[in-house]
Design a protein around this ligand. Structure first.
Ligand code: CP
Length: 305
């Protein structure tokens, strides 16, 4: 298939130059985000799973750049509820749109769509696998707040088993010599395949099964994640682990001045509300950064930069 343009399925397909160039382009869009770059283009947003930020920021990005959006936010209203296959859905929508942004509950769905689609696909999250556009906005947020991406102590906290954002983060940060700290209950520890990925790529990591003030004292980035109820087959297990690791404002007293707290959101209980007014809290600005990064991703996918 000629999906003229470039799909974004996984950040494994990106090298460090690709990443840094994309961040540079995002900064350019932040400086001047209303343009007509997408005039005459139609972008389809196909969300087979719920979303607030990802879908709305992709759609905001298209609107700011003069394009148009079609799509759905609830697959139950589409013919997939009648049994239409993902393949047929992609083939149909590619008749209507120049680019497809897709979130799907199945791991590998984006890769499959990228293989069959005549138009580029952007993976907006596939099951517990990857969420590459989120990671690019995470990297943009890290670069903005730290001034660079290199040699940082990055603490990933919460659901490291099912959290696709932390899996994508490992993939993208392999070029920048991070030290990762994996902080989770044992039930939600980083899966072996991602620890093997770290070993294969000389990425340093430390595992912690407690979450307290001492552990986070030398963090540059504290990346909190939600325990995702929708990924559990055993809801008793979800109930047991859901509130184990909660960041409270008093835990930040002795943290480094440059520390910033990120979260892909949505948040449930894992960041107490009193953290929001701490200057180290950056998650709402992080979500805003998603617009600029997605403007750059869309234009790249369509070969418009
Ligand atoms: N961060 C993120 O993917 O949020 P949504 O699920 O709201 O899109």
């Amino acid at each position: 298939m000629d999906n003229s343009g470039r799909s974004l399925i996984s950040l494994e397909d990106f090298d460090s130059n690709d990443i840094l160039e994309l961040l540079r382009q995002a900064a350019m869009f932040e400086a001047e985000s209303y343009r007509n770059t997408l005039e005459g283009k139609i972008v389809a947003t196909l969300f087979f799973e719920p979303s607030t930020r990802t879908r709305l920021s992709f759609e905001t990005a298209v609107n700011r750049l003069g394009g148009r959006v079609i799509g759905f936010s609830d697959a139950a209203t589409t013919s997939s509820s009648k049994g239409e296959t993902l393949k047929d859905t992609i083939m149909m929508v590619s008749n209507y749109a120049d680019l497809i942004v897709m979130r799907h509950y199945l791991e590998g769905a984006a890769k499959y769509a990228g293989e069959i689609s005549p138009v580029p696909i952007i993976n907006a999250g596939d099951g517990a696998n990857q969420h590459p556009s989120q990671t690019m906005l995470d990297l943009y947020s890290i670069q903005k707040t730290q001034g660079h991406l290199d040699n940082l102590n990055i603490f990933l906290v919460g659901d490291l088993k099912y959290g696709r954002t932390v899996h994508s983060m490992l993939t993208a940060m392999r070029f920048f010599n991070p030290t990762f700290h994996f902080v989770s209950p044992e039930e939600l520890m980083m899966p072996a395949e991602y620890k093997d990925f770290c070993k294969a790529n000389d990425i340093k990591y430390v595992e912690h099964f407690d979450f307290n003030e001492e552990i986070i004292a030398d963090a540059d980035i504290l990346y909190m994640t939600r325990v995702q109820r929708e990924r559990f087959t055993d809801l008793m297990e979800y109930e047991r682990v859901k509130n184990l690791f909660i960041l409270r404002n008093d835990m930040l007293r002795n943290t480094k001045p440059n520390l910033r707290i990120l979260h892909p959101l949505p948040r449930v209980n894992e960041i107490a509300q009193d953290v929001d007014s701490n200057p180290k809290a950056y998650y709402f600005q992080q979500a805003k950064n998603g617009i600029y990064v997605r403007e750059a991703l869309i234009c790249n996918a369509l070969n418009l930069l």
